[in-house]
Design a binder for this molecule. Structure first.
Ligand SMILES: Cc1ncc(COP(=O)(O)O)c(C=O)c1O
Length: 382
């Protein structure tokens, strides 16, 4: 048996998504910028996808810019804020995804702007009072704080932070890569400035996503070239990727509540089975269901040689999980997120992440492997 519990890194593509994409790989290959029938066909498919995506989050089609994924969308939001809106300071946190953290550092270096890190509490949640005190300074500011942390699953109170940013006239970007397709968004209601999406986090294809940019804001091109994406992003569109994204999003939001309940139950079940094995097991990040992403469980195994080998042993025994974020694979640095949490040095952290396809039987299998790994390695240690 092989069990995949690394859905925060990426998810398997839904069969319906593949089916929707296939004709655009085989028959409908026209360049969407061509004016002939082949091009009109694919252009129309892109615009229908844009409309569908916009309607699912109650945005307007013109507010959706398709990108190569979450990283590019985050880059666009940050650069746009500084270049087109005179931002002189970025308020962010030390536990953002590198798509935001490293981008902010690079912009600060190139453009001479300031980065300020908001305080976090011991579970890694943003200290809202500190954020407000920072916002009182009279400096044109972009706040960039992720909606859900990809490693520990903490959720940001998006509406509250958005309201604060409005109050102090700051722009607000939230990396919603882990929550898009997993929570409802009503962008007419929240009136946020920028949010982002990566299709591969909700059973869509890799290498495609979008930036939502509020229609009140203007934006010049970041990637120069043709006038694609209504002049916002040059380059021939990832046609079948966009078709797949729209289909994956439609599937994600059909029966969303059912998916949420299923995955939350899976998470709760795994938590309770883990505590049964070893009451000393703890969990990183927020634990209240309304403050924690239901797809992510970051487990803090007590320090021991066997637990240090756990991830490796699980992999050999058919269970895929993650030791932190897989988003910078190839890097052997430890997790910058866990490094920001008090006490995380006292545990071997493993992130298990689930999808609507994860079953209870798979969790049972993973639990058996965790038990076995611990036993085998403990025998070897003694
Ligand atoms: C929170 C978050 N932001 C951004 C990204 C980057 O998205 P992409 O892989 O589509 O570039 C990821 C994961 O990969 C993520 O988890």
């Amino acid at each position: 048996m092989k069990v995949y519990l690394d859905n925060a890194a990426t998810t398997p593509m839904a069969p319906e998504v593949w089916e929707a994409m296939e004709p655009f790989m085989k028959e409908h290959f026209g360049n969407p910028s061509s004016s002939h029938a082949f091009g009109r066909k694919t252009k129309n498919a892109i615009e229908m996808s844009r409309r569908k995506v916009a309607s699912l989050i109650n945005a307007e089609p013109g507010e959706i810019i398709f990108t190569s994924g979450g990283t590019e969308a985050d880059n666009m939001a940050l650069w746009c804020s500084v270049r087109d809106h005179g931002v002189k300071r970025i308020i962010t946190s030390t536990i953002e995804h590198h798509a935001v953290g490293h981008t902010a550092e690079s912009i600060a270096e190139k453009e001479g702007i300031e980065i300020v890190y908001v305080h976090l509490d011991e579970r890694g949640s943003v200290n809202i009072e500190h954020l407000e005190s920072l916002l009182k300074d009279d400096v044109k500011t972009l706040v960039s704080l992720m909606h859900a942390n990809n490693e520990i699953g903490n959720l940001l109170p998006l509406e509250k932070v958005n309201a604060l940013c409005k109050k102090y006239n700051a722009l607000f970007h939230s990396d919603t890569v882990q929550t898009m397709g997993h929570y409802h968004f009503d962008l007419k209601k929240i009136d946020i400035d920028f949010i982002t999406c990566a299709a591969h986090k909700f059973h869509g294809p890799k290498g495609v996503g979008f930036l939502y940019i509020n229609k009140k804001l203007k934006m010049s091109q970041l990637i120069h070239g043709g006038a694609q994406e209504r002049g916002h992003r040059g380059g021939t569109e990832n046609l079948y990727g966009i078709i797949g994204l729209a289909k994956a999003m439609e599937l994600a939001y059909t029966d969303l509540e059912e998916h949420q309940t299923h995955v939350q139950n899976i998470k709760n079940y795994m938590k309770s089975r883990l505590i049964e094995i070893e009451p000393k097991i703890k969990f990183n990040g927020e634990q209240d269901a309304d403050k924690s992403l239901y797809t992510v469980l970051n487990v803090c195994f007590p320090l021991s040689e066997s637990n240090a080998m756990m991830l490796f042993s699980l992999d050999i025994n058919g269970v895929a999980a993650s030791g932190g974020s897989a988003c910078s694979s190839g890097s052997n640095k430890g997790s910058h997120v866990l490094a920001s949490l008090e006490g995380s040095e006292y545990c071997n952290a493993i992130r298990f992440s689930f999808s609507r396809y994860t079953t209870k039987e798979e969790i049972d299998f993973a639990i058996e492997q965790i038990k076995n790994c611990t036993k085998i390695l403990e025998v070897a240690e003694n």
